[in-house]
Write a protein that binds this ligand. Structure first.
Ligand code: SF4
Length: 341
């Protein structure tokens, strides 16, 4: 990835240039791969997965096979959570720390590029497609902070951006690169047609951090707990969330969630509640399990039990070594909504 290595590549006519593409499996990264392959560049890809990914793994597998590219899958776990809870460049419209997320991904990609002997990096980024992370100034800042100035080629918008080292040294022909800009997807769809891509993934894909409902829960969590673990993320993705004073109450919405909550409660030693005399949810309690809080959790649990309205419901409450049954009436909807996160 050094300039001298780039020059060596040019001098060594036997070797084809090699690029590492940041590959999400979405249309833009697919087009970037095609455009760069069409210039005689060998391509490998890296696909980053975060705990918040809603991405379609099948699409990554299918298109990597179709394009005949090797994909390095990288899971960004606790390291990514640190970025989410402490983001130097701030959040986008929700809890998405896109700038710091991209810096982290590029730093990781740089390590892989060094290992596989790639000459430069490629992304499917389109100038001004995303307001937070794909403005010209921000893209160049991300590059700089990742230690990759001039080494990231964005074939879809290259002609609108400064010339990269790969273009300067002739590894790729700038005249064949594009000048797509903005949020309209039409140019990409037309290009897909032109390149013979009949089927391609839906542009939506996604990241839970941009979802307003999830962002609200995450914000509440960080405000109250101040730290974020992988178990926290699993819990944030599970159930209905309520806050009583400093404690969190999570109520399962279906069997899968109830099983998950029960498993976490038993393995991590959290207090939990179940409906004793009707069908109903599992409820997990995190934080100070005072009598007041457990009673409120029981009333909330009763609200979601399959019991007739206003009938007292028996709730089994497991708190450490103590197991007791308490009888409560379901919480009223008005009060419930005030506690909802
Ligand atoms: S949307 Fe999510 S995955 Fe994408 S750059 Fe932003 S934080 Fe990272």
């Amino acid at each position: 990835m050094t300039t001298s290595r780039l020059k060596n590549r040019v001098n060594d006519e036997k070797k084809r240039p090699k690029a590492l593409v940041l590959f999400s499996g979405g249309l833009d990264s697919l087009l970037a791969v095609k455009l760069i392959q069409d210039q005689g560049v060998d391509v490998e890809a890296v696909n980053f997965v975060t705990p918040f990914c809603l991405c379609d793994r099948c699409s990554v597998n299918r298109f990597s096979e179709e394009l005949k590219i090797k994909v390095h899958r990288v899971f960004l776990g606790q390291e990514f959570l640190e970025v989410v809870s402490n983001t130097p460049h701030g959040y986008g419209s929700q809890m998405n720390p896109c700038v710091d997320c991209r810096i982290l991904m590029f730093r990781k990609a740089k390590e892989i590029a060094e290992k596989i002997g790639a000459d430069f990096l490629v992304t499917g980024e389109v100038l001004d497609e995303r307001p937070f992370s794909q403005r010209r100034k921000t893209m160049l800042l991300i590059e700089k902070e990742a230690g990759l100035e001039g080494k990231i080629l964005r074939p879809l918008s290259a002609k609108l951006l400064p010339e990269t080292e790969a273009e300067k040294t002739g590894l790729v022909d700038r005249s064949k690169l594009l000048a797509i800009r903005g949020r309209r997807r039409l140019p990409q769809m037309e290009l897909a047609d032109k390149l013979g891509l009949k089927e391609y993934p839906n542009p939506s894909g996604g990241c839970l951090l941009t979802d307003p409902e999830f962002a609200r829960k995450l914000k509440d969590h960080l405000k109250n707990e101040g730290r974020l673990t992988l178990t926290d993320v699993t819990l944030l993705k599970t159930g209905r969330h309520f806050r009583v004073d400093k404690a969190k109450i999570i109520v399962g919405r279906n069997k899968k969630e109830n099983d998950r909550l029960l498993h976490i409660a038993k393995t991590q030693g959290f207090s939990y509640l179940e409906v004793a005399n009707y069908k109903g949810p599992v409820t997990l309690c995190i934080g100070d399990t005072t009598r007041k809080m457990l009673k409120k959790a029981a009333e909330i649990t009763a609200r979601y039990a399959d019991a007739p309205k206003d009938v007292p419901v028996k709730i089994t409450c497991v708190n450490g070594e103590t197991k007791e049954i308490i009888t409560v009436k379901a919480i009223k909807d008005g009060e419930l909504e005030k506690l909802r996160v």
